[in-house]
Design a protein around this ligand. Structure first.
Ligand SMILES: *[C@@H]1O[C@H](CO)[C@@H](O)[C@H](O)[C@H]1NC(C)=O
Ligand SMILES: *[C@@H]1O[C@H](CO)[C@@H](O)[C@H](O)[C@H]1NC(C)=O
Ligand SMILES: *[C@@H]1O[C@H](CO)[C@@H](O)[C@H](O)[C@H]1NC(C)=O
Ligand SMILES: *[C@@H]1O[C@H](CO)[C@@H](O)[C@H](O)[C@H]1NC(C)=O
Ligand SMILES: *[C@@H]1O[C@H](CO)[C@@H](O)[C@H](O)[C@H]1NC(C)=O
Ligand SMILES: *[C@@H]1O[C@H](CO)[C@@H](O)[C@H](O)[C@H]1NC(C)=O
Ligand SMILES: *[C@@H]1O[C@H](CO)[C@@H](O)[C@H](O)[C@H]1NC(C)=O
Length: 484
């Protein structure tokens, strides 16, 4: 749910201090069961406002959900590394979309505030009220507590109780499509800077939870699965099904465009590889960045990149065509694409399973599949957005800043290119497209770069209101630079 217009209207603040009771030991890692839910066709028309309508109706498209208890009720929420707030729909939401999911009913442990907020995502928007509640995540229970008892286990907590969910950008989307996936809200795991709820109302879930953990354990780890069983989300510990130590991971500091100010989980993207050949990318539009910047986002299904690069990439893959619904590729086109991420000695290539690049459309069209990489120039805080199509191919550690060390991302590749290609060819049949020349190098394109800047500018303008308001709270320059 990255990339997103977001207008901050949160006015008025209420501080609530709450205590965390984590059993006897502090900082014990937890594994939170993750439930991949197929996104239903009705919710999956991503109408990008830059004219790309990408229609997705496919079993490879999942929303990754986890369970949290709020008050005495249990909710499934979308785990989203591309936003920073926690919210669920409340009983006051009368939209059809809300009726299909669990709605929050105020309980005696709720402390409502009359501070309001609103968030605009690409596919919809939410607005409502801020309050605090008793929250349970795995073995951790966060209960209401008066101000001041600041033992190390005491945490600050916040809850958004949503009063209305409405369609925002396109009529053909049903708001955020909650009814399709069954989640009542979103749990954002990006940096506090991007939270729409001002930190004067309460800190983010991660900040609160990690306050109880040892510095070394202040991380969460993900493996997004390709089916119902193969997913993992853990906090403060690794899932031994995927790794027993961090030794195999490539760790890189999270990219910061301005002084140690962090907004999203970003890494430098050095290049892409097409069938092992290096495919160079065009210049970044992130001011001051040495290479294109990729944003990791579990809440987005696809990989999105700048139009010139994505068009050239599909031309280099071959057997692909650009349609009104975005790039499509012949379903039997089996090719290995790699993303070369990181910096210096810690740069590493992560290859994609060919199934993540070629999505069956669900229709009767067996020849053409939807491309897992699509053009989109509205990713404003970076150049590329690496959604689930990419993230299913890595075990990813997200470590927050500790002891003066920057936050870092550790990635371990989980896809074996050769065996994946064999499986792909077995299911999809022989590749009928002959090899095409790989257009490895971007054209010298002052115009391409220029138009990117203009788009960036219009995006920046649409954020003006949000920026103006948030500048009162945060650092103006950093926000403008980092904002999407
Ligand atoms: C908001 O809170 C203030 C005091 O905290 C109260 O006086 C006011 O009536 C509240 N407004 C609404 C609309 O509830
Ligand atoms: C979207 O909704 C508005 C207001 O209901 C309506 O005027 C408009 O025609 C609709 N557009 C489409 C494409 O359905
Ligand atoms: C981690 O260790 C356990 C127990 O020794 C083992 O069963 C598991 O396969 C290991 N995991 C990995 C990814 O090597
Ligand atoms: C996007 O989809 C809408 C509704 O299906 C259609 O009217 C519009 O022409 C499409 N836009 C493009 C660029 O394909
Ligand atoms: C994959 O296949 C290529 C060509 O068949 C071979 O050179 C390479 O060593 C294989 N890689 C792995 C990891 O097996
Ligand atoms: C990928 O590379 C291998 C060896 O370099 C070549 O045999 C194969 O045809 C290439 N595949 C495609 C789809 O270009
Ligand atoms: C790709 O970029 C690298 C590093 O800038 C450069 O050495 C290489 O020649 C480039 N390759 C092509 C085909 O442009």
């Amino acid at each position: 749910m990255q990339y997103v217009l977001r207008i901050l209207t949160a006015l008025g603040f209420l501080l609530h201090f709450l205590g965390l009771h984590a059993g006897a030991s502090v900082g014990k890692g937890i594994t939170v069961p993750l439930f991949p839910r197929p996104r239903s066709p009705s919710t999956s028309t991503l109408s990008y406002r830059n004219d790309n309508n990408i229609s997705v109706a496919n079993s490879h498209e999942y929303a990754y959900l986890a369970r949290v208890e709020i008050g005495t009720q249990s909710f499934l929420v979308l785990i989203d590394t591309g936003s920073s707030d926690l919210w669920v729909v409340s009983s006051e939401c009368m939209e059809e979309d809300c009726d299909a999911v669990a709605k929050y009913l105020p309980t005696s442990t709720l402390s409502p505030s009359n501070a309001t907020f609103s968030l605009n995502y690409l596919l919809g928007a939410v607005s409502g009220q801020i309050g605090t509640e008793l929250i349970t995540l795995g073995p951790y229970q966060i209960s209401s507590q008066v101000f001041g008892a600041c033992k190390s286990q005491n945490l600050l907590w916040k809850l958004l109780s949503i009063m209305t969910v409405y369609e925002a950008l396109a009529n053909e989307t049903t708001g955020l499509g909650l009814s399709g996936t069954g989640n009542s809200g979103i749990l954002g795991l990006a940096f506090p800077l991007e939270a729409a709820i001002p930190d004067t109302s309460g800190r983010t879930l991660l900040e609160n939870l990690f306050a109880a953990f040892d510095a070394d354990d202040r991380y969460f780890a993900f493996k997004l699965g390709r089916d119902q069983l193969d997913s993992s989300f853990s906090v403060g510990q690794l899932d031994s099904a995927y790794a027993n130590s961090t030794s195999g991971f490539a760790f890189n500091p999270v990219y910061s465009s301005y002084k140690s100010i962090y907004d999203y989980w970003k890494l430098p993207l050095q290049a892409i590889t097409v069938n092992s050949t290096t495919f160079n990318l065009s210049r970044t539009k992130v001011p001051g960045a040495p290479s294109p910047i990729a944003v990791l986002d579990t809440g987005t299904t696809l990989i999105l990149g700048p139009t010139p690069d994505v068009d050239r990439l599909w031309s280099s893959i071959g057997g692909a065509r650009k349609t009104d619904a975005g790039w499509q590729v012949r379903c039997n086109r089996g090719i290995i694409i790699g993303f070369v991420l990181g910096q210096g000695d810690d740069t590493r290539e992560f290859v994609l399973d060919p199934f993540d690049l070629s999505w069956r459309q669900g229709s009767s069209d067996n020849d053409w599949c939807m491309g897992g990489i699509q053009a989109n120039d509205r990713v404003a805080s970076g150049d590329w957005l690496l959604g689930d199509s990419f993230l299913r191919n890595v075990y990813a550690i997200h470590h927050v800043a500790v002891d003066g060390q920057p936050p870092k991302i550790g990635l371990l590749g989980t896809t074996d290119a050769n065996s994946s290609l064999v499986l792909f060819q077995r299911e999809r049949g022989a590749d009928t497209t002959s090899p095409v020349p790989i257009l490895a190098s971007p054209e010298h394109q002052p115009t391409g770069w220029g138009s990117g800047s203009i788009i960036g500018l219009t995006v920046a303008l649409s954020f003006l209101l949000g920026v103006l308001i948030t500048c009162l709270i945060f650092y103006c320059v950093e926000r403008k630079m980092g904002r999407r």
